[in-house]
Design a protein. Structure first.
Length: 334
């Protein structure tokens, strides 16, 4: 943890009453002059830090930007996810950056954010629009000791964690569309792109790429997406603190990843199922060239979807594109 992260954490803990200069110096282990320098740097980044002889120091406002030290200061200590956080102003795709780190043997838990992506990717080869500074575009490197067959559990865990973080930070009621889209009021607000590198009997690494539409207005979406996509800001009627949401998501991810590794997938699957808008419905799933019709019944222990076909067979589907049967149109964006 860096000094700036410690300063921001101390200021946040002090809240509105502020913290005396001497106490802050002591807490972060800096002499007053050095502390002053750090505070100036933070102010230069847009952190509004008030100071006065009686007041000490008080953090009035944080800028709307992602800053690794700030994210660390908000996140605090986690088991795995977020112990290393890197922020890029622009990159092709954060999944690409993390893939390079994975090949360079970087430890699991590293998280890469970008304020903008020039080649954001969605599932099934689609593009993912990443409006600069408006959303959260990030990827996490994991090295779970799991058989490749159950790696889907990690994606289910990520969707559950993401939905929970959105629920607690916004009081909205997100729904999960199998396998891992987050919908609000039937429109997509977030998606997950999991990429796996595995050998026959073991997972080498998993990259979980998460995109959340946070502060876009309708004008930020191209016309063809306006009916299909929604930002959290649009859904709740007011903008959201992106860094706060980012820290909340990482915290929940850390919890749920630990649950998967402990073998606690059943409880996670229950939580996932309770929020899933796909289960219990008649759906059509496009798996490559094949269209499979049936009723979505439940998740199996590996995280795959169990579909009851009209002939009564149970099909196990581990990836694909779902359309609800009652909607006749096929949504290209989903
Ligand atoms: C989907 O719903 O199709 C998945 C969208 C995933 C988007 C995120 S944004 C961060 C990460 N980098 C990418 O290129 N894609 C994922």
């Amino acid at each position: 943890v860096t000094t700036d992260a410690e300063i921001l954490r101390a200021l946040r803990t002090a809240g509105d009453s502020g913290i005396a200069g001497g106490d802050l110096s002591q807490e972060v282990g800096l002499r007053p002059r050095a502390l002053h320098k750090h505070l100036e740097t933070l102010r230069g980044l847009g952190y509004d830090i008030e100071s006065g002889p009686h007041l000490g120091y008080r953090l009035r406002r944080s800028p709307d930007l992602l800053h690794a030290d700030d994210l660390h200061s908000r996140l605090g200590k986690t088991r795995t996810i977020g112990r290393d956080i890197r922020v890029f102003q622009e990159t092709t795709s954060t999944n690409d950056v993390v893939e390079k780190l994975a090949r360079d043997q970087v430890k699991e838990g590293v998280v890469v954010f970008a304020e903008a992506q020039t080649r954001g990717r969605g599932r099934l080869g689609r593009k993912w629009l990443s409006a600069p500074g408006k959303g959260l575009w990030f990827s996490v490197l994991l090295r779970p000791r799991l058989q490749p067959e159950v790696a889907t559990q990690v994606t289910i865990a990520a969707a559950t964690a993401l939905a929970r973080a959105i629920r607690t930070e916004t009081e909205l009621r997100p729904e999960i569309k199998w396998p891992n889209d987050i919908l609000i009021g039937g429109r997509k607000a977030a998606g997950i792109l999991t990429e796996l590198s595995a050998e026959l009997d073991s997972v080498k690494y998993v990259i979980v790429g998460i995109g959340v539409d946070v502060n876009q207005t309708p004008a930020d979406f191209p016309p063809e997406l306006r009916k299909l996509a929604v930002s959290l800001r649009m859904a709740r009627g007011q903008p959201l603190d992106r860094a706060g949401l980012a820290a909340a998501i990482l915290r929940q991810l850390d919890e749920d990843y630990a649950r998967v590794l402990r073998g606690g997938f059943d409880a996670l699957a229950d939580e996932w199922e309770a929020q899933c808008s796909t289960l219990g419905h008649d759906v059509v799933i496009q798996v490559g060239p094949r269209k499979i019709r049936g009723r979505a019944e439940s998740l199996d222990p590996s995280g795959a979807l169990l579909l009851r076909t009209p002939h009564g067979h149970l099909e196990r589907i581990s990836g694909g594109d779902v359309t609800l049967e009652r909607h006749e149109t096929h949504d290209p964006a989903f």
